[in-house]
Unconditional design. Structure first.
Ligand code: HEM
Length: 166
C-alpha cells in the first residue's frame, strides 16, 4: 500500500510540475506574437503553443488529476482542507480552459489574433498554485462547521431531473 502511495504521489507531482509550468509558460509564449510579425513567426508561435497545449500540458493535467483521484482513496483525504484544495483546483482548471481558448483563437480565427498581455493570467495561475500548495503542505485543520450554512443542511428541493426509476 505504501509503495502504491509513493508511486501515485510521484506521478501526481511529476505531472503537476509539467501542468503548472505549462500554464505559466503558455501565456508568455502566446504574447510573443506582435502586430506586424511575418507569417513564419506567427506560424511558429501558433504551432509551438498549440502542440504544447494539446500534446504536453493537457495530457499532464489529465495524469495529475487521475493520480490525484487515486490518492484520494489511498490516503482517505475526506477532510475539509482537501475540499478547499479542490475549489482551488477547479479555479486552475478554469484558467487552463481560458488559456486553451486563446490558443484556439490564435489558430482558428481569421486574421491576426493578438493574445492578451501575460501578466494577469500568469499572476492568477501562480496565486492559485500557491494557495493549493499552502493547503496541501500545511493541511490546516478547518472546522466543518465553518462552511456556509447552505452547504451543511438539506435544501429540501426536488431534483431538476426525473428521479432514477427503482
Ligand atoms: C483534481 C486534482 C487533484 C486531486 C484529486 C489531488 C489529490 C491529492 C491527494 C489525495 C493527495 C495526497 C494527500 C496526502 O497524502 O495527504 C495529493 C497530494 C499532493 N497534491 Fe494534489 N490533487 C490534485 C491537484 C493538485 C494540484 C493542482 C496541486 C498543485 C498545484 C497539487 C499538489 C499536491 C502536492 C504537492 C501533494 C503532496 C502533498 C504531501 O504529500 O504532503 N495537487 N493530491
Amino acid at each position: 500500500m505504501s509503495l502504491a502511495i509513493a508511486l501515485f504521489k510521484f506521478g501526481h507531482i511529476a505531472a503537476l510540475l509539467v501542468w503548472c509550468a505549462g500554464l505559466i509558460a503558455l501565456p508568455i509564449m502566446l504574447a510573443q506574437h506582435q502586430h506586424g510579425d511575418g507569417q513564419a513567426r506567427y506560424a511558429r508561435v501558433r504551432k509551438f503553443t498549440h502542440y504544447s497545449y494539446t500534446r504536453l500540458v493537457t495530457p499532464a493535467a489529465v495524469i495529475a488529476v487521475g493520480a490525484g483521484i487515486v490518492l484520494i482513496f489511498l490516503r482517505s483525504t475526506f477532510v475539509p482542507w482537501f475540499f478547499a484544495k479542490m475549489a482551488f483546483v477547479g479555479a486552475l482548471v478554469v484558467l487552463h480552459a481560458l488559456i486553451g481558448g486563446v490558443v484556439i483563437r490564435m489558430g482558428e480565427e481569421k486574421g491576426d489574433v493578438i493574445a492578451p498581455r501575460p501578466f494577469l493570467p500568469v499572476a492568477l495561475v501562480i496565486a492559485v498554485i500557491v494557495a493549493i500548495l499552502a493547503l496541501v503542505l500545511a493541511k490546516p485543520v478547518i472546522s466543518p462547521g465553518s462552511a456556509p450554512e447552505w452547504l451543511q443542511s438539506p435544501r429540501n428541493k426536488s431534483l431538476l431531473v426525473e428521479e432514477v426509476p427503482t
